[in-house]
Design a protein around this ligand. Structure first.
Ligand code: HEC
Length: 360
């Protein structure tokens, strides 16, 4: 016999179908980023134009570090960033709960404090359309320094950063950038490492892959993440109605009207369920002379007592669900809908059967 692997550790019954093969995932995005996630073209400008604030070795290094930090911690996923002397362009996805506005504002504030960058208020964003391919936009951004006359067409711009998907996908993808930085960087890096370690399982647990309502999908054949309702789905009632349905109470008082519609099917179902669950004690006509009682079990009162005739339907539902005196509750055996069907049927018995004559 094969030695068990980690996968086999949970026993699978003989004849269980094999596990499905994992689909190979596209390599232009990390595994945690859903393929339908939108990409934004973000531009952030410095307050004083023309003066070079961003294209300086150490400043650029710190900016790219902060970008990578956010990628690793799944605050956003930046695909690429280009620094120009007085502004920057980036392609970023924002998959999680925090809105883009807030994430960018936090980032700007962080860089302003740390590097003394004087930003303009706000930023520009533009959602990439499907037809406007990512590569096209990336090329456009990359050519920015050439258009600005900062480098020649064949030269490489130093202040360019691009995500490394393979590293992002590896669990040990916490590679610090090599900025040739002095020892001063040790503390922030240690802190970052501690934060990453202590929050290591957070992104998986708190931020699980999910589809946004009405977003596009390349998983479902019809191209949308919103799934059509299955046939015969009935709208759920509001909370109050649900509450009444399950407890027989409205605002802590017994409901006086049935929360279901009385139809001949409902009464037939109630009749059948009553025969099965109640008649052995209460008798087929509800006058308390069932077989079990005839063999010595305490006799229940007839349903036709005035007290029970006038009892609200919610009370009958409650007795049946939770029991009463020597009678046990039947919530575990009889479904909610069937309990109401029985109540409706009992109301019928109470109306049709004569009041009991006083016992001799
Ligand atoms: C094993 C016998 C038994 C079964 C089965 C049974 N009951 Fe009862 N029921 C009793 C007894 C005994 C009482 C009286 C309890 C007491 O007053 O202590 C009672 C009382 C009641 C009462 C009156 C409560 C009151 O205020 O006096 C209602 C209504 C009732 N049962 C409904 C039902 C319904 C509906 C079912 C079927 C889902 C059912 N019972 C199943 C034995 C039974």
């Amino acid at each position: 016999m094969k030695p068990p692997t980690a996968r086999d550790s949970r026993a699978r019954p003989l004849g269980a179908p094999p596990y499905p093969k994992r689909k190979k995932l596209p390599h232009d995005r990390p595994l945690w980023l859903r393929p339908e996630e939108e990409i934004f073209f973000v531009t952030i400008c410095c307050q004083e134009r023309v003066r070079n604030q961003l294209c300086k070795g150490q400043v650029a290094c710190e900016i790219f570090d902060s970008v990578e930090f956010r990628n690793r911690n799944q605050i956003w996923y930046a695909h690429l960033v280009v620094l120009m002397p007085d502004h920057l362009h980036a392609l970023i996805s924002f998959p999680y709960e925090q809105p883009m506005r807030q994430i960018i504002a936090d980032w700007k504030r962080f860089l302003a404090t740390k590097l003394g960058i004087n930003w303009q208020r706000d930023f520009f964003d533009h959602r990439l359309r499907r037809e406007e391919s990512f590569t096209e936009k990336a090329d456009y951004i990359r050519a920015n320094p050439v258009r600005a006359g900062l480098i020649g067409p064949s030269e490489e711009w130093r202040y360019f950063w691009q995500a490394k998907v393979e590293i992002d996908n590896a669990t040990s993808g916490k590679m610090p950038r090599d900025c040739g930085a002095p020892g001063g960087r040790a503390l922030p890096m240690l802190l970052a490492a501690i934060i990453t370690l202590s929050t290591a399982c957070r992104p998986d647990m708190a931020n699980q892959p999910r589809a946004k309502p009405l977003s596009e999908s390349d998983f479902f054949a019809d191209g949308t993440n919103a799934r059509p309702l299955p046939a015969h789905v009935v709208a759920r009632r509001d909370v109050q109605e649900e509450e009444t349905l399950h407890s027989g109470l409205i605002n802590a008082a017994y409901a006086t009207e049935l929360p279901v519609q009385v139809t001949s099917e409902l009464l037939a179902r109630g009749h059948e369920r009553h025969e099965i669950f109640c008649a052995e004690c209460h008798g087929q006509r509800g006058n308390g002379d069932g077989q079990v009682v005839q063999r010595g079990f305490p006799q229940p009162p007839p349903y036709q007592l005035d007290r029970l005739r006038h009892a609200p339907v919610g009370y009958l539902f409650d007795v049946m669900s939770n029991g009463h005196g020597t009678m046990a509750g039947y919530a575990a055996q009889i479904e909610v809908a069937d309990r109401w069907a029985i109540v409706a049927y009992i109301r019928g018995l109470q109306a049709n059967q004569p009041s009991p004559s006083p016992r001799p």
